[in-house]
Design a protein around this ligand. Structure first.
Ligand SMILES: [Zn+2]
Length: 311
């Protein structure tokens, strides 16, 4: 079974819950040939236990603005577990087919919004890629939530650069035409181009554009802030010095949280782990910004509810 993940620094984490409150991690070298594997379920065994005894048990009003619930073996069950822990989320998808499936499986979950996505890793050059881009743009036009979309100019994906741009332009135009959307955006070595595309399409003004795990330059960060973008920050971004600096620099009302979990299709992540990751990111961001965690949590929850409110 190939694992399909969606961020170059994230794709390689595999977790097994061994006992309540404990877990082990195994990291492998990224495998670019896995990048285009379609997300799929497989009969991998379920985690043995939830994260009992952790702060997750008392989680209230936590919001995950970028996760991949459709990578779970049973997305609806995971969504229900998150609802029990007071976690609301924007579950993004990576292909038009994945969006259709996720919308079917998660559409009835009150705590989940499903994003219509076409992840840049899944963009192909040629007619197949154009067809997927057309379907992704139609999905984006019809959905309030759009993601995961964007550009990845990392070495492994540079060969599809032109096709990625063409697909993202098409999606951005669909968002600009409709307005009122929430976009979750992937940008690796491409934040400036992402902003160019959104700006030229006219997608920045009438939509909430959220950079997921922002990793651009500080000039690009300032440009995104001036353009009114939001930023979802999670444990992976906070693992780097630059990511922590950005989490301090983002204006308070533009700050959101994310997990980007599960990292790959078929990789089990229990709902308590989502809550634990969100709470730990919240605590770290509060410490970095020297803010009262309760005040910060309340403000992020309000911003998140705005994003996730149905029109
Ligand atoms: Zn993602």
């Amino acid at each position: 079974m190939t694992a399909a993940a969606c961020h170059p620094e994230h794709s390689t984490v595999q977790r097994t819950v061994e006992a309540p409150g404990t877990r082990s991690e195994r990291r492998e070298a990224p495998r670019s040939d896995d990048a285009k594997a379609a997300p799929a379920c497989h009969p991998e065994r379920r985690p043995k236990a939830e994260v009992k005894g952790s702060p997750a048990e008392s989680a209230e009003g936590l919001f995950d603005l970028h996760c991949h619930l459709d990578f779970a073996e049973d997305p609806a069950e995971l969504a229900a577990g998150l609802a029990e822990r007071g976690v609301g989320c924007l579950s993004v998808t990576v292909t038009p087919e994945g969006y259709g499936r996720a919308a079917d499986l998660l559409g009835a979950c009150g705590n989940v919004r499903v994003g219509a996505g076409l992840h840049p890793w899944w963009v192909e050059a040629g007619p197949a890629g154009e067809d997927a881009a057309e379907r992704a743009a139609a999905n984006a036009a019809a959905s309030r939530y759009v993601g995961e979309v964007g550009l990845d100019f990392g070495t492994a994906h540079a060969s599809t650069r032109d096709a990625q741009i063409a697909a993202f332009e098409r999606i951005a135009r669909a968002c600009a035409a409709e307005g009122g959307k929430v976009l979750s955006i992937h940008a690796v070595k491409s934040a400036g181009k992402v902003l160019d595309v959104l700006e030229h399409a006219g997608a920045l003004a009438e939509n909430a554009c959220i950079f997921h795990w922002f990793s651009g330059t500080s000039d690009e960060l300032q440009r995104a802030i001036r353009a009114g973008c939001r930023f979802s920050v999670g444990p992976h971004m906070l693992a780097s010095k630059r990511g922590r600096a950005y989490a301090q620099a983002v204006p308070a009302k533009r700050l959101l949280l994310e997990t980007d979990e599960p990292p790959a299709s078929g990789t089990p992540v229990p709902p308590g782990e989502f809550a634990r990751l969100l709470q730990s990111a919240l605590a770290e961001v509060a410490a970095l910004r020297r803010e009262d965690p309760v005040v910060l949590a309340d403000r992020i929850a309000r911003t998140s509810r705005d994003m996730l409110a149905r029109p």
